[in-house]
Design a protein around this ligand. Structure first.
Ligand SMILES: *Cc1c(COP(=O)(O)O)cnc(C)c1O
Length: 496
């Protein structure tokens, strides 16, 4: 057996990890969902360890997988008020749940006589996972503009797009960019009348909205399986289920429609294949961790953690409303906030949300920059900064408040980043011909984004506002190509 030095290997890993954004402590207000309960993390780690060698591919060989999945699905079904005609799967994440919801709907639509290219109708705020799904499964993505001030979709406008070629309508509970709870009841009712599937993307809300309380005590409009026209719903365990990455639940109403999610083949000389989800061999780690956390917390534990998020979100919303030059977008439902410039105050008092986020980052707080977007009707959605609040946030509110206020003070009156100088410098032919990786890399270099790694790993620039301004200003296909090159070069071994 080869000799190896575990201590040295792990020491290098620890050194690399030290360069990561902190996953705990509430300083990163997206990507990570910290329950703030060390025992929950420890339980999850031990559960992962126990199933580490298991292959989640085959629950008949590794029977623990079937039991854990059944119990997690049972818990989720009760939480989201599904009856016993609701069945489901644990997937590897929100994207896989969304992909499978779309694939199922497309195949059900085809089986019921749909021909040609199916259409997917959703508000423009629908998660990018549905762009990916439409691309992978070849559906036309039909995005309905939302109100530019509130981020809310008009259900009448969405319903007007339904038709025979529509395989699926998607609404969110809530939407990621602006935390809007979409009009689930109105859309699902129209879908049911027209025989169209309706998916509720509760990837971020599914494990916390069941416990959400509005400031005025009013109940939320119905958004889950209590709404009869809802045919599927996704809810990520690796978000407000506090599980390690790699776990989400997809519930489907009706066994027969859910069977369209499966893939089975005996048409090869190897083992008979039957998979409910997209991967073949897969880890059971995140499932086991999710299962253990559900056992440990139960509805009461989730409710308690949600209560902390309710209080913290409302406190932070009040703080932001009180910062001169910033405002919240719309009427957020759930532990997410989108912040933009308050255009009602004079320019010298306005705060650009991206400069603000760059300042917060200098102070050790990572907020998420979201670009503006021109919708199909020509209206422009503002560029914003996103904050996801987790249970660990509550005990840090004073520190966070100090940083948010100081960051705003540092950039108040500063105009938003402008990409025109960079744009004029770019050769015009970039817009046409497909770029080779070398040309794309050269463009990245010319706009200051080349060679952006150091000895500990990938590095983006310290100021993200100019980068986001570029993303908004460049033609979409070019930006998408450049982003591809940027990420590819970050993980590639160096060329010599
Ligand atoms: C996170 C999220 C997704 C995609 O989930 P991943 O787990 O990142 O793949 C989809 N929809 C919404 C609303 C989300 O918040």
């Amino acid at each position: 057996m080869v000799a190896f030095d575990s201590a040295a290997i792990l020491a290098r890993l620890a050194a690399l990890r030290a360069g990561d954004a902190p996953t705990h402590g509430g300083h990163v207000l997206s990507y990570v969902y910290d329950s703030g309960v060390a025992d929950v993390d420890e339980l999850a780690a031990q559960a992962v360890r126990l199933v580490q060698p298991v292959n989640g591919l085959d629950p008949t060989t590794f029977t623990s997988v079937a039991v854990m999945e059944r119990e997690v699905i049972g818990f989720a079904r009760e939480l989201l008020h599904g009856g016993d005609d609701v069945v489901g799967s644990v997937t590897t994440g929100g994207t896989e749940s969304c992909l499978l919801a779309v694939k199922t709907a497309r195949d059900v639509w085809r089986a019921s006589g749909g021909v040609g290219r199916a259409r997917l109708v959703a508000p423009v705020t629908v998660h990018a996972a549905f762009h990916k799904a439409a691309h992978y499964f070849d559906l036309e993505l039909d995005l309905v503009p939302v109100d530019a001030a509130t981020g809310a979709v008009d259900p009448v406008a969405l319903i007007a797009r339904l038709g025979l070629d529509v395989a699926l309508a998607v609404v969110s509970a809530p939407s990621y960019p602006f935390a809007v709870l979409d009009p689930v009841e109105a859309v699902a009712e129209a879908c049911e009348a027209a025989g169209i599937a309706c998916h509720v993307d509760a990837c971020i809300g599914g494990w916390i909205l069941p416990f959400w309380r509005r400031a005025d005590g009013a109940p939320l409009p119905l958004w889950d399986l209590r709404v009869p026209g809802v045919t599927s719903i996704s809810a990520d365990l690796h978000k407000f289920g506090y599980a390690p990455k790699g776990a989400s639940v997809l519930l489907q109403r009706g066994r027969d429609r859910q069977r369209a999610q499966y893939f089975a083949t005996t048409g090869w000389p190897g083992y008979p294949v039957v998979n409910a989800t997209m991967l073949g061999s897969k880890s059971a780690g995140a499932l086991a961790a999710s299962w253990a956390i559900v056992q440990a917390l139960g509805a009461r534990g989730f409710a308690e953690l949600a209560g902390s998020c309710v209080r913290a979100t409302s406190a932070i919303a009040d703080i932001i409303a009180d910062i001169d030059g910033l405002r919240l977008v719309g009427d957020p439902v759930g532990p997410l906030l989108a912040v933009t410039t308050d255009d009602d105050v004079p320019a010298d008092r306005q705060v650009d949300p991206h400069h603000w986020a760059d300042q917060a980052r200098k102070r050790g707080w990572l907020l998420q920059l979201q670009p503006g977007l021109v919708q199909s009707d020509g209206t422009r959605l503002p560029h914003t900064t996103h904050l996801t609040i987790t249970p660990v946030t509550e005990e840090r509110i004073d520190e966070l408040e100090t940083a948010l206020r100081a960051s705003a003070d540092a950039v108040r009156g500063r105009p938003r980043a402008d990409a025109t100088a960079v744009l004029v410098g770019l050769p015009p032919e970039l817009a046409q011909a497909p770029l080779t990786s070398d040309t794309a890399a050269a463009v990245l270099q010319s706009i200051g984004l080349g060679g952006s790694t150091d000895s500990t790993g990938a590095r983006l620039p310290d100021e993200m506002a100019p980068f986001l301004a570029l993303i908004e200003a460049l033609p979409r296909p070019l930006t998408e190509r450049l982003l591809t090159e940027l990420l590819a070069r970050i993980v590639e071994p160096p060329a010599d």
